[in-house]
Design a protein. Sequence first.
Length: 248
Amino acid sequence: MQLALLAAAGIGLSLGILGSGGSVLALPLLVYLAGQDVKQAIAGSLFIVAMISLATLLFSPAKRQINWRVAWQLGISGALGGYIGAYAGQFAPPLLQMLIFATLMLIAAQAMWRHQETAANHSSPYVIVIAGTFAGALTSFTGAGGGFMLVPVLVRFAGQDFFHARATSLLLIFSNAVLALLANLKFQSNGHLNWTLLLAISALGIVGSLSGRYWSANWPQQRLRRGFALLLVIIALFIVGHSLLEVI
């Protein structure tokens, strides 16, 4: 349990520095360190990430960097995707959910690592809406906040720089996570959550998140993206390896 609480600060640091990645740490934390089953951990990770992303927005300058037009497009489509993902998740084997989660992490890591600074390249709103629906479905189906997919979408397709994408991503992580949590409580977890543990992890994560935003204010964007990509690869490989050992 002590390891779980210590790792909670890392969730906040990830969200504060990168605007994403919190659930990438929250889900494995609850499964591998707190000993929860996957369905229960999915709902718990959504609660943790929702609380940390909300606090980060309220107590940092991030709220002034949000692109509200894009946030509305992705938020509405994400709500629809969230309900679909939670419904499908109740029928999926936990192993499948974890492997899909890890695979998408690797895809997102590649996109962030290879990105080059270019002039803003605005995409069709339809592409953004489709991405929002998929991110919402991913949030509910795997317990991911969706930031590791939203940040690349915002940078590469909505023409935002990393810092505006990070802020907009935090708002979308909060809205997607809250809606996905409600859907998961209905379809998957049966409401059996350790609220004391979740609140403790959330509190530590909030401290880490606010610290991360302060430390990263003047960091180069390329280093932030590549640090984000390396984090995703490491966690994804661990999940795949652990899952394969369970099958063997």
